[in-house]
Design a protein around this ligand. Structure first.
Ligand SMILES: Cc1cc2nc3c(=O)[nH]c(=O)nc-3n(C[C@H](O)[C@H](O)[C@H](O)COP(=O)(O)OP(=O)(O)OC[C@H]3O[C@@H](n4cnc5c(N)ncnc54)[C@H](O)[C@@H]3O)c2cc1C
Length: 487
């Protein structure tokens, strides 16, 4: 196990290199295997028929490891989540003043705990999450452990959160080896939000004006592309105050401690992507840590690319290219993106176009292109990717492309992931095809994970939501089991 410490000279050279990559994106466009044009590229083609690898038709095989009781509960929860008026009332109650009345609150929390919480979350603490991991591991899946804290505004809360993250990593030592595929962290939980916003502003300004000096800046891969949005920073930001520089240093130290702990426990750390107004600082933390911490040729740090952003492909290309040139193993989690409404609202309130693709088809095309790009890298021996999606089409396409490229299904550099309680059919279908599959397992006290639960309620509402496939396949399997029991 080795943590590489980069020499100051190398760090300085990298800084120049990063700037030159960042300042001449047009030349990079010419050599890029990705299509950076605004128009979506056609769906990547595969010679293996995408339907031939993942079998979602044989429901008995698909749900073979799920007990009838669990299948029934999951099916009821997903059906309830699909009923719009029920979700509307539930969301109104969770946000209402009723939650301030102790007795009512206890009743409401009790109902949520027995339904949505148990379905979408792995428990209230790290011990309960550990039990959920063991159960998943028994069914051939791995877990990404997510201590569910979000946005913080002061150093004391960041320190407290770090302790919980460290405890989470420590807990993996008593779990079956490899049952935890990743520890997940949100940088907004270990560095104050206001500071991340300031750092993002300064990084944006430096990209536009390379003579703008950021004396505190560590080495990083490129954070921006020519297509990145810059409307968040319309005027030159003031330099960081000594206090802000000190707080930034504390943020780095927290991440370093976490990376070190992950290295010791031999479990990679994946850093979530959030809103674009703080994402440059998040990428900066991610890349500067990845340059320092890795294990042999394997990445210990995974950043996240949100394919719904127009600049996603270009940023992915620039970062992987820089990592390769420096000989730094770097992994990425590829998602579509969860902050669509806040992104669109912010851009429109400032009078700018949304940074998100114009249509969902463009987002799908971007996701599949990025997945294809990373699979080609893996086939040629570099890079690592977690394809985090519930989209069956994307899962099937990636599986077929991996087969065409000769990537073995047990290659650790290619993993798939879905949220706990979602897209069970896709998870089991990929597992049955031999791929490494994880569930993203949020845990924490109900109050703390409420924003996460509200996002899941929103995502699964309506009969045409992303849980449709699961609802249909679970009902089919339940009927099959009932028939088999009667006959
Ligand atoms: C393991 C895991 C980890 C995750 N980590 C993160 C993370 O770190 N950061 C993060 O932001 N999200 C994260 N997500 C959530 C993810 O971004 C998506 O919200 C969710 O997975 C739904 O996307 P999908 O790939 O399943 O695709 P689908 O359900 O097929 O597509 C829905 C997605 O398409 C996009 N979309 C919808 N309508 C439009 C439109 N009109 N125009 C353009 N795009 C549109 C949105 O991104 C929407 O979420 C994670 C998801 C998983 C499974």
């Amino acid at each position: 196990m080795a943590t590489r410490v980069v020499s100051p000279k190398l760090l300085k050279n990298l800084r120049c290199f990063t700037r030159s990559l960042n300042s001449s994106p047009s030349s990079i466009t010419a050599v890029s295997p990705l299509n950076f044009a605004e128009k979506p590229s056609p769906t990547p083609t595969t010679t293996t028929p995408p339907d031939s690898i993942i079998d979602l038709d044989d429901v008995s095989k698909l749900f073979a490891t799920v007990s009838t009781g669990k299948l029934l509960r999951s099916s009821i929860n997903l059906h309830m989540a699909a009923v719009n008026p029920m979700v509307d009332v539930g969301m109104w109650v969770m946000r209402s003043r009723l939650m301030e009345t102790v007795v009512l609150r206890d009743v409401i929390v009790g109902i949520i705990k027995k339904t949505f919480f148990e379905h979408f979350c792995a428990g209230e603490d790290v011990e309960e999450a550990g039990r959920a991991i063991r159960s998943l591991w028994g069914s051939g899946l791995r877990g990404m452990l997510v201590y569910g804290v979000e946005h913080t505004d002061d150093n004391e809360s960041c320190d407290r959160n770090l302790e919980e993250f460290l405890r989470t990593v420590e807990s993996t030592k008593s779990l079956p080896p490899s049952s935890v595929s990743f520890i997940i962290v949100k940088i907004t939980a270990i560095c104050p939000m206001t500071l991340l916003k300031r750092v993002s502003d300064l990084l944006r300004w430096e990209y536009k004006d390379p003579s703008f000096d950021l004396p505190w800046k560590l080495n990083t891969f490129p954070i921006f592309a020519d297509s990145s949005p810059f409307y968040h920073t319309l005027k030159k930001p003031d330099p960081l105050t000594p206090q802000e520089e000190h707080d930034l240093q504390l943020g780095h130290q927290r991440l370093q401690k976490l990376c070190q702990k992950c290295l010791e426990a031999n479990v990679p750390l994946s850093i979530d992507a959030e809103d674009t107004f703080v994402q440059p600082a998040i990428d900066y933390f991610t890349y500067s840590a990845a340059i320092i911490h890795y294990k042999d040729n394997n990445p210990i740090i995974f950043g996240t690319i949100q394919a719904y952003l127009k600049d996603a492909k270009q940023r992915l290309f620039l970062a992987t290219q820089a990592a390769e040139k420096m000989g730094v193993p770097m992994g990425f989690k590829l998602v579509r993106g969860a902050y669509m409404s806040s992104e669109t609202q912010l851009a429109s309130s400032l009078g700018f176009e949304s940074p998100i693709h114009k249509s969902i088809q463009d987002t799908h095309a971007c996701y599949n292109d990025c997945a294809s790009f990373m699979l080609e890298k893996i086939a040629s021996g570099s890079g690592a990717v977690v394809l985090a999606t519930h989209n069956v089409e994307s899962g099937k396409l990636a599986a077929a492309k991996a087969r065409d490229l000769g990537i073995r299904t047990d290659n650790q550099n290619l993993q798939f992931a879905q949220l706990y309680g979602m897209s069970e059919a896709l998870s089991f279908g990929l597992r049955n095809a031999g791929f490494i599959v994880s569930k993203y397992m949020q845990f924490g006290p109900i109050d703390m994970v409420m924003p996460y639960l509200l996002r899941r309620a929103e995502e699964n509402r309506g009969f045409l939501s992303s849980s449709t496939v699961d609802r249909q396949l679970m009902s089919k399997e339940l009927k099959r089991r009932l028939k088999a029991a009667i006959l």
